[in-house]
Design a protein around this ligand. Structure first.
Ligand SMILES: *[C@@H]1O[C@H](CO)[C@@H](O)[C@H](O)[C@H]1NC(C)=O
Length: 506
């Protein structure tokens, strides 16, 4: 369809634009759980975090990036810029396609297009190589393939004409859900209510669907992923099982911070939706009041409530965990706003459009270009330093663990060292991680690790706030770069500037 092609081009343009605009650091996983792993697969150097040595992550997503790296390598165009931008461009195109799917799912509503393009959080994430971004894309595509049976919905008794699920096209979404669950086991939380609804919705018995669709497709996807992971991890492994064992049974996730149960309601959802939280609340009220004519929306709300509910019980919470709920929320919002705007006069509509536009544009641009940009910007001078002396350079990052990307952005095999923050895997009583240990007494840590008369790192990378505490060692270094990082550091270990110091006479 011509209209779709036009919309797709616009969406690709916007997502590619975000590859150039989004230049800030968000979370470590963007680099350490995807790019770094892929870089190691293809170029044989790259740091594997403890998640990879323990085998609790699936190689499926890094493998996609590795295939791109491999192509760049074979064509001898693995320039640093291509290595840094390539995976983001790939993700951006996938995001644009999933945006197009959302647009189609809403019956091509202009509101949907407007809301997805001006969702600040999605703009911020859509071109990042985060597993959550990938998960959100697959979720959106799966939602549009789900047999909702749009035409027959919504007579007064909420009865739905049951679609015929043995039609092949009707269970393509099961494949995607299977992939989602092996790539990121927690995706099962969001899909559980939808699959239960699918069982209820279909003409065939639940028994038939489970035995003829879920189990065969699920097994196929699982076997494929076990094969990929076992080959790349080097021994037989079921990463999703290891993931569950570590995160839930051994309760490792709480090591990375515990939030109160209401955190998703008080911080998570308002951040995810931005100003769109207001139409969303109005939409929810409207749907609940008129629940008999909105059976599909009710199911979507149930899915949101269930997912947020389960995530709220888990102690470790992050904004990005609920990103896959965004397409559902935007679907509800765009339906609500297009109904609402039918009855309103043009001026009011433009006022609402303008308000949504401006209040998304400001955080999108500030957070994408300014806030926490230093730890990304610092990689370019570091790469140039590494290229100058690849054999003798030796970088020491004295900042909280994984504050910067590493080899995926350097693309030079220099020696590096950074403070790690592995959880207490051996369950020792007095365990504190290297980062904590360093910050307790930086000078002592430095004296222990770099004894006097021994070799020193050629370059030290640190935030400005640390400088007064490591004066001893820095007396032998010159400041060579001071790079802006943020106006509002999120914790006391993080400063306004990132500094690079060079050993005197290096
Ligand atoms: C990278 O450097 C390390 C340390 O110098 C060396 O052991 C390793 O073999 C190098 N890897 C590659 C792929 O050059």
């Amino acid at each position: 369809m011509k209209q779709d092609a036009k919309v797709f081009l616009i969406l690709i343009f916007i997502r590619l634009l975000s590859v150039y605009i989004v230049k800030t650091w968000f979370v470590p996983d963007e680099y350490w759980q995807s790019l770094e792993v892929a870089h190691r697969l293809v170029f044989n150097y790259g740091y594997l975090t403890w998640e990879w040595t323990l085998g609790i992550r699936s190689y499926v997503y890094p493998l996609l990036i590795a295939i791109l790296y491999k192509i760049l390598q074979v064509l001898s165009v693995d320039f640093p810029t291509a290595i840094v931008m390539g995976p983001r461009i790939l993700q951006a195109v996938l995001s644009a396609y999933s945006d197009l799917c959302l647009y189609r799912w809403t019956n091509r509503k202009n509101w949907a297009l407007f809301l997805i393009v001006f969702s600040w959080f999605w703009f911020y994430c859509a071109s990042r190589t985060l597993i959550n971004t990938f998960e959100t894309c697959l979720t959106t595509i799966a939602l549009t393939l789900f047999p909702w049976d749009e035409k027959n919905r919504g007579n007064y008794h909420g009865e739905i004409t049951k679609p015929n699920c043995s039609v092949p096209g009707n269970y393509k979404f099961v494949f995607l859900v299977g992939i989602l669950c092996v790539v990121r086991p927690t995706a099962a939380i969001q899909w559980f209510p939808l699959c239960v609804y699918h069982l209820y919705l279909s003409k065939e018995s639940a028994f038939f669907i489970i035995w003829k669709q879920y189990i065969p497709i699920g097994s196929l996807v699982l076997l494929l992923s076990i094969a990929i992971d076992s080959v790349l991890h080097g021994s037989f492994i079921i990463t999703s099982f290891e993931f569950l064992k570590f995160n839930i049974i051994k309760d490792i996730a709480t090591f990375y911070g515990v939030h109160p149960w209401y955190w998703y309601l008080s911080s998570g959802l308002p951040t995810l939706l931005g100003i769109q939280i207001f139409p969303f609340i109005l939409a929810v009220v409207h749907i609940l009041r008129n629940r008999y004519i909105y059976p599909k929306e009710l199911i979507l709300l149930a899915c949101i409530v269930f997912t947020v509910g389960v995530y709220s019980i888990l102690p470790h919470k992050e904004f990005r965990f609920i990103l896959p709920l965004l397409p559902i929320m935007l679907y509800i919002n765009s339906n609500y706003l297009s109904q609402w705007s039918r009855k309103k006069d043009k001026k009011v509509i433009w006022l609402v459009v303008g308000t949504i536009f401006v209040s998304n544009l400001i955080p999108a641009l500030y957070l994408s270009c300014v806030h926490q940009s230093g730890t990304i910007d610092v990689m370019l001078p570091l790469r140039n330093l590494a290229l100058k002396n690849p054999k003798t350079s030796n970088f020491l990052f004295l900042m909280p663990c994984h504050s910067t990307p590493l080899y995926s952005h350097l693309h030079v095999n220099v020696s590096t060292r950074f403070l790690t923050c592995e959880p207490n895997l051996k369950k020792s009583v007095t365990y504190i991680d290297e980062t904590e240990n360093f910050y307790k007494n930086p000078n002592k840590w430095l004296r222990d690790e770099y004894p006097p008369k021994g070799p020193l790192p050629s370059h030290i990378v640190a935030f400005d706030v640390l400088v007064p505490f490591i004066k001893d060692i820095l007396s032998r270094y010159n400041l060579i770069y001071k790079i802006f990082h943020t106006h509002v550091p999120i914790e006391e270990k993080i400063g306004t500037y990132v500094m690079i110091y060079e050993l005197i006479n290096f």
